[in-house]
Structure formats: structure tokens, C-alpha cells
Design a protein around this ligand. Structure first.
Ligand code: SF4
Length: 183
């Protein structure tokens, strides 16, 4: 698809889109973030990132990760922006790249963000309705956990009906995220 107009500096696009979004930090796009070579866990932990080791007792612990929603997220802003891990610095979602390349208008991108956040809010609401209120866990993990719970102990009709709507809402959200955000 030919560009709609000339490209925009990425920094400018980030300033327009990310303060309205935070989907890559709030547990909607990702369930956790792995530290990368060059990241210093001893510096990041005191900044409030709950790092957990990756690796089992037999093997040397070789890396760390922290869960999403991120503890450093304040609204749509990163509280440790200047010191954020490498993965956070490197990640550019497909929407950001498309606007920067002149393939998507900023207003269309802001609409896409609003749709994604609305669909995520709907999933949050339906999860609460079926008894999962743990907003400190990534959306995908909460849905998987609820599914396992209902497989182990089938819900009553009312809850089963809500779970059906939840499954559809998760599907709709994932389709939208796959189409607009995942690189
Ligand atoms: S450290 Fe900042 S940029 Fe990285 S996930 Fe957390 S809030 Fe987002």
C-alpha cells in the first residue's frame, strides 16, 4: 500500500500515540518482559520492577523477567522511562511503525488504540463477572486461568453464559491486536 503521505519521525509518533495507549505495558499485549543483554537487574529491581529469575535450580540462573501489567506504569506513562529495560526501548508496535512510515493517519491510529482499549476493558469486566478480579495479572493469563478453573469445575448456566461472552470478547480483542499492534 503506497504511503498516504511522507514519513513522520518516530519520536513524534511516540509522543502522539503512546500516552493514549500503554497496551505494551499494561498486560494486554504481553504477559511479561525479559531482560536483555546490557540490562542491569541490580539497578532495575530498586526502581520497583519485581524481577523473577528465569531458569531452574539445576541450571545457572541466566536471566530475569518482570510481569505485566508493569509495576512502573503510571496511567499511560513509564515512571522509570530514562532507566527502562532494553526490550522497552526496542519495542515498536506495528501501529507506530505504520504511522511513522506514512501508511496510517495519526487519527486512525488513535481510533485503533481506543478500540483496543475498549475491547480490553470489556474482557476485564467479563473476567470480574466470572470471579477473576486479579488486575495485577496479564489479561491472557487471567483468561487461561479462568478457562482451566471452569474445566476443572464446570460453572452454573449463568456463569457459563458469561464465560461464552468472555471467550468471544477475548477472540475479538486478539484479532484486533494481531491486525494492528503485533509487529
Ligand atoms: S518499564 Fe516502562 S516501558 Fe517498560 S514495561 Fe514498564 S512501564 Fe512499560
Amino acid at each position: 500500500m503506497p504511503p498516504l503521505r511522507k514519513s513522520i519521525p518516530l519520536k513524534t509518533v511516540v509522543a502522539r500515540l503512546c500516552p493514549q495507549c500503554a497496551l505494551c505495558c499494561n498486560g494486554v499485549l504481553f504477559k511479561d518482559v525479559e531482560l536483555q543483554p546490557g540490562d542491569d537487574a541490580t539497578k532495575l529491581k530498586p526502581l520497583g520492577l519485581p524481577l523473577s529469575p528465569i531458569g531452574n535450580r539445576q541450571s545457572a540462573i541466566h536471566n530475569f523477567r518482570f510481569p505485566q501489567p508493569c509495576a512502573a506504569l503510571d496511567g499511560c506513562r513509564c515512571r522509570i522511562h530514562a532507566d527502562r529495560p532494553a526490550r522497552c526501548r526496542q519495542f515498536e508496535c506495528a501501529l507506530l511503525k505504520s504511522v511513522a512510515a506514512g501508511k496510517t493517519e495519526v487519527d486512525a491510529a488513535l481510533r485503533a488504540i481506543r478500540v483496543a482499549r475498549q475491547r480490553a476493558d470489556q474482557v476485564h469486566a467479563l473476567l470480574r463477572e466470572v470471579g477473576d478480579v486479579d488486575s495485577k495479572l496479564a489479561l491472557s493469563l487471567r483468561f487461561k486461568r479462568t478457562k482451566r478453573r471452569f474445566e476443572a469445575s464446570p460453572p452454573d448456566d449463568a456463569r457459563a453464559e458469561v464465560f461464552g461472552r468472555l471467550t468471544l470478547a477475548v477472540h475479538d480483542l486478539n484479532l484486533w491486536l494481531r491486525g494492528k499492534f503485533y509487529p
